[in-house]
Design a protein around this ligand. Structure first.
Ligand code: SF4
Length: 396
């Protein structure tokens, strides 16, 4: 099955809720199922089947594993990393015609944008979306821009879009003079934007936008206003739009957004001397209480460099925290939130889906190909290239 993402293909207004088994939106991949025979999770030969298919395909296939993936999938990844690193890793392997992206939909789109036409990107389960990316539909973003134009503010506004967004939103950013950012370079991206405009429209994660503006750039909380795509004019007056330095899109990560300030208090009571390390997608109040803030790559390097016996509570996706705890048994590593919270969509990619994608490739069939519309890809690449040109980014 090939899924093309044409320009303006996403819902023009608020996406409708699709209950499992009761509807399919092929543009967003919500509600889709895998065609053909998916192996049962209880199949005891799954690991053996994956090894066999992997060996048969050799260098023809390159498997990317995001840090938030399950161990059962990560064990087969050729490389692991965050979404941008993985997309670039795929682009640096032009001799592999098949890229299997064990991650979520927007990541596979980015890999398709950055790889050559001779490479095909496969997402083992089309239902692996991202709730944050889905919180900004292209029609909503166009409506927002119309509001800014009507207020005479669009010319002074630069869009800065987080990697965790659909190809459509990246393309909008590219064609409106903006840049993409990661959680590592959001500060540099915002600085770049303030050299070109009076205000930033930050999409789609309000928390990363706020944390960056206030913690990294020294802006005040009142410099930031939240644009709610579900309310007329974003729920803001023209004065509020005009006076804001940063317009924060009302989106968030359903995993990182669950950490609360009380979790920091509780872990400090429970583990004396613990250092709290969180991802910048957490709420501002949580970030304020934490000892350290960093992207997934930074979290890994901080823990890697930490001395034996040190105690850490980490606020990011649980698969990564568990992996770090297993990798460094001499360090006391715990999860910041006492309620277990995996990323539900990341966890859609499991061993049965990976085996299904691999075995289909062995049989000569490409399943679940992610193919971004060429015009969308061109505009999105423009925004990604602007990010690559940001100081320090190319070396990240
Ligand atoms: S962890 Fe959050 S941002 Fe990442 S894929 Fe899951 S919902 Fe999206």
């Amino acid at each position: 099955m090939t899924v093309t993402t044409p320009a303006k293909s996403r819902p023009e207004s608020s996406p409708t809720l699709l209950l499992l088994g009761r509807g399919v939106d092929r543009d967003s991949e919500r509600g889709v199922e895998c065609p053909g025979a998916l192996p049962l999770p209880s199949d005891p030969s799954l690991v053996e089947r994956a090894i066999k298919a992997r060996e048969t395909l050799g260098d023809k296939v390159f498997i990317l594993g995001h840090h938030y993936q399950r161990d059962e999938v990560i064990q087969f990844a050729d490389v692991t990393g965050d979404s941008f690193k993985l997309a670039r890793d795929a682009a640096n392997r032009p001799d592999s015609p098949y890229i299997i992206f064990c991650g979520v939909h927007f990541m596979a789109e980015s890999a398709d944008i950055l790889t050559s036409d001779a490479q095909q990107v496969i997402l083992p389960d089309m239902a692996a979306g991202c709730s944050m990316a889905d919180m900004a539909a292209i029609g909503q973003v166009r409506d927002c821009w119309d509001v800014l134009e009507d207020a005479g503010l669009a010319a002074g506004t630069i869009p800065v879009t987080y990697m965790n967004s659909s190809a459509d939103i990246k393309a909008f950013t590219g064609s409106h003079g903006g840049t993409i950012c990661t959680s590592s370079n959001a500060k540099t991206a915002m600085q770049w934007s303030f050299e070109r405009g009076e205000r930033v429209l930050f999409l789609p994660d309000q928390h990363l936008g706020r944390n960056t503006a206030v913690r990294e750039l020294g802006l005040s909380l009142s410099d930031c206003v939240v644009y709610d795509p579900h309310r007329p004019n974003g729920g803001l007056t023209t004065e509020q739009l005009r006076d804001a330095k940063v317009l924060l899109w009302r989106g968030h990560c359903s995993v990182h957004g669950r950490f609360q300030p009380v979790h920091v208090d509780l872990i400090r009571e429970k583990v004396p001397g613990v250092k709290v390390l969180v991802h910048p997608e957490v709420q501002y109040e949580v970030m304020e209480k934490a000892d350290l803030v960093g992207s997934t790559e930074k979290i890994i390097s901080i823990i890697d460099a930490a001395p034996a016996g040190s105690a850490w509570a980490i606020g990011t996706e649980l698969n990564l925290v568990q992996r770090l705890a297993n990798r460094y048994p001499e360090k006391n590593i715990s999860y910041l939130n006492s309620d277990v919270c995996y990323c539900a969509t990341m966890n859609r990619i499991d061993l049965p889906h990976l085996v299904w994608a691999l075995e289909n490739l062995v049989a000569g069939t490409v399943v679940n190909r992610i193919q971004v519309d060429p015009q969308v890809a061109r505009d999105a690449k423009l925004a990604l290239d602007r990010m690559l040109a940001l100081p320090g980014t190319a070396r990240d």
